[in-house]
Design a protein around this ligand. Sequence first.
Ligand code: GLA
Length: 374
Amino acid sequence: MYEEYAFKVTAAGRVNIIGEHVDYCGGKVFPAALGFKNTVYIRPNGTDKINIKWTTLDGEVTLDINRLDEYKSLDYGNYQAGSLLMWKKAGYPIVGCDMIQDCTVPFGSGLSSSAAIEVSTIAAMCAVTGTPIDRVKIALEAQRAEREYVGVNCGIMDQYASACGKAGYAMLLDCATLDCEYVPVETGDCSLVIIDCKKPHSLVESKYNERRAETETALEILGKKTGIKCLAELDAATLEENASLLSPTVCKRTKHVVDECARVNQAMTAMRSGDMKKLGELLNASHESLKTLYEVTGKELDALAAAAQSHPACLGSRMTGGGFGGCTVSLVKTAELDSFREYVLDKYKRETGYDAAYYRTEIGDGITVEKNVK
Ligand code: GLA
């Protein structure tokens, strides 16, 4: 049935290796696109309506291309409506079409299923309207949809990785300038492993927005005093000198940002020199900081990271993504992956009662567009 569609367009989920909760502070992040993706099969239908079906859901949603601002409260179809509305507002053509959406990014896992949906939907619209694919522009409008339509005041990392990823490479993305360096993921005799704690999310959006607001408060105060333009420019010594200007909570959040930015640079050096022990230590330190200073982990993610860290073949483990549930990423000796998996899943289940999910996926491409041959 997919042969009847004009294009097959994909965008990826992502894992962030290190650099958490610093993208909206102008920091550097180190995500990679995953083999988990959202695929959109699309064909123009000559009307003003966008008909959306899903491979994983019953039913169909119809969006009117002239009323895209009216679908915020839909359970399904709101991400598509929001991203196409932003694309339209940015001056690009939108036409009526039929879409099938097929998402293999696990929902609510912190692996950016929403970015994959937003980015692939815009890219699919580009395909049917003959608009050249500008990956960065698509990422920026998809981010705007997440912020202005969905209501999560997110940074650019997820949508950028989803659009611009390259198989085999992670991206060292400077979120202040959007300069991006593709770095081969070379982990020697170790593998990066993703495990989902499977705890149902709650209050993620409000807590995420609260953290972001706290970093903005810090920037307002410290910017006036020191002239920094984003928190990622701050160094540890300047923070210490000015700590008394901040509330204890805002100070903790700021310390996380400063330290995490430093860890990203150290992780690059470690990876480039093949120092997996150091990379693992940095993952552990990142988790600790997200737990105690940024306070975005929670009981289950902490239990999962600790279980991983306690296995002898694990060099380091941390939560990845926004937090409050979702996944960990761990650096593990490849030869011992089986015993690692069994040990961690069992220990975690005994401690929390949840069945964690161990994901197998590779580092994949960002946007891909294929013309369907009939
Ligand atoms: C979510 C957001 C990103 C980023 C991460 C935390 O995934 O969408 O912009 O802030 O959280 O690093």
